[in-house]
Design a protein around this ligand. Structure first.
Ligand code: 6LW
Length: 512
């Protein structure tokens, strides 16, 4: 069986999984994006389809005043007596710890019940033998804590207790409780979500402990190895269709010499688990390429905004974009990509190399195509028309410092195109360690390459925003119309399909 790994490519960290009547449901973190907490479904752990989102209404998370990188961190999905539960913390403001319920995991999910006693991160949900709900979480500061909760009211039924200190690695977090045979198992992440990340485990006679640590911890870590998937951690366990065990966990796919930079952010992977003397052993994750994609989205289709791949920042896609006669229209309100609430409608970059292009009519405004990591780290191609010319500006913002390169093309629609090419394996010149970003414009019978730079600065390791790269449409001023969004992606070594039209000249650079 060929298991694609990542099982959810692109920014999809902190996977949590549940098996209900032969169907797997998986949920991941979304931070400042809406809709929040996507639910994916599979019957074989190989083929996954998005079925909905837990947070489809802004008031469910209340992200309005939550700064990046706050928002929806590290959910857990569970099921009991016909009800699905997703418990999450909205970090750095918002609603804090909230538990959502639904009878259909595709939604709608309810408005959520806050649990004020849970003041940390990464809440897990389990039930003890008498049916009392236990929320286990990572304190801020650590370690792992637990509290019995009335899920109907969100009230704590006791004082929060310290549960486990972990094995001594940095930051025990991401706890999940699982029962197997006579034992309860407490799975945690440790070592931080960077190269030191690891999965550890302890077991005990009850979900409240006491805990005996696995003498061979960690269960898995890629730390200090050459494994092409690094940062392995934040795991959950589930039974496989053949009665075995699998682990879902996050990891990154660093590119370039020294495995340094991960442009896509943290993704969801799967690893088979063996049990040895009553302890789980997970294999190091081997990546298996995501199939190549060549997708053209008809942005004029009436149902285009119902596609589950769209993401917007602190607002829902339908608050940001509207379907017009000839495409999607985004109406800018002066807020740019450096704002906490940009007018932005994006999709995850899913492949290590990708080409994305869109046709833009900016005769009534200013906007274009952006690759967003957070407010400080993004690059973009922007069009602005005045009836006589369309000015296209390539923009690169790093740590809040922006550089621009512009060219004037004839009036009317232009095509904006980004080529995002992974670096070759082995030693590469330092300047291309994070892959090559090429920004170009096509219009007026010309193909103008405006800028080319190293993509390393737009990676998980540099931006540290917890998310990943989201490619999308944006508007700053006026009404900007978009049509024909094309995404080509490959995990292979070459370009994701070339169109054959070569650049004819470069634009002019202007600081900023
Ligand atoms: C999450 C923590 C972590 O809450 O990063 O990788 C935080 N693990 O467990 C955000 O994803």
């Amino acid at each position: 069986m060929h298991t694609p790994n990542p099982l959810l490519p692109g920014f999809n960290p902190d996977p949590s999984i549940v098996l209900v009547d032969g169907v797997y449901y998986l949920v991941t973190s979304t931070f400042e994006y809406l809709p929040g907490l996507p639910v994916h479904r599979s019957t074989d752990l190989v083929h996954w389809e998005p079925i909905g989102n837990v947070a489809t209404r802004p008031e469910q998370l209340d992200l309005g005043s939550v700064p990046t990188p706050g928002g929806a961190w590290a959910p857990t999905i569970r099921h009991r007596d016909g009800i699905f539960y997703v418990i999450v913390t909205v970090m750095l403001g918002g609603r804090g710890c909230v538990v959502f319920t639904a009878t259909d995991p595709a939604g709608p999910w309810d408005d959520g019940t806050p649990i004020p006693a849970v003041t940390g991160i990464d809440p897990d949900l389990a039930w003890d033998d008498d049916g009392t709900a236990l929320v286990t979480f990572a304190g801020f500061p650590h370690p792992i804590r637990q509290v019995r909760v009335d899920l109907a009211t969100g009230e704590a039924l006791e004082e929060v207790r310290t549960l486990w200190e972990g094995t001594g690695r940095y930051a025990p977090e991401g706890p999940h409780l699982h029962r197997r045979g006579e034992h309860w198992y407490l799975l945690v992440a440790e070592g931080g979500t960077d190269r030191g990340h690891a999965v550890s485990i302890a077991r005990g006679p009850s979900p409240a402990g006491p805990w005996e640590a696995d003498p061979d911890n960690p269960v898995v870590t890629a730390s200090g190895t050459e494994n092409p998937v690094q940062n392995l951690g934040h795991a959950d366990l589930v039974e496989t269709p053949d009665g075995g065990t699998a682990m879902v966990l996050l990891g990154v796919r660093p590119v370039g010499f020294g495995h340094a930079f991960s442009p896509l952010g943290r993704e969801a992977f799967l690893s088979p688990v063996r049990w040895v003397d009553g302890w789980p052993r997970a294999a190091l994750v081997t990546p298996a390429p995501t199939p190549d994609e060549d997708v053209t989205l008809d942005l004029a289709g009436p149902a285009v905004l119902t596609d589950l791949g769209w993401l917007s920042v602190r607002r829902t896609p339908s608050e940001v974009a509207a379907v017009g006669d000839d495409g999607l229209v985004l109406a800018g309100d002066g807020r740019d990509l450096d704002d906490a609430v940009p007018c932005f409608l994006g999709r995850r970059q899913r492949h290590l190399s990708a080409t994305v292009s869109v046709r833009v009519d900016a005769s009534g405004g200013r906007g274009g195509l952006a690759a967003r990591h957070d407010e400080m780290h993004w690059f973009a191609l922007e069009a602005r028309g005045d009836g006589a010319v369309t000015r296209v500006t390539a923009r690169a913002a790093l740590a809040g410092i922006e550089q621009t390169w512009s060219v004037d093309l004839g009036p009317g629609e232009v095509e904006l195109r980004m080529n995002l090419l992974r670096p070759p394996h082995g030693f590469v010149p330092a300047a291309a360690g994070g892959g090559t970003v090429t920004l170009s414009a096509v219009g007026d019978g010309r193909h103008v390459r405006l800028a080319e730079f190293d993509g390393r600065y737009w990676s998980f390791e540099v931006a540290k925003s917890f998310t990943g790269r989201v490619l999308g449409l944006y508007a700053v001023e006026g009404r900007v119309r978009f049509s024909e969004l094309r995404y080509r992606g490959t995990d292979g070594p070459g370009e994701p399909g070339a169109r054959g039209d070569e650049p004819v000249r470069t634009g002019t650079s202007g600081g900023g």
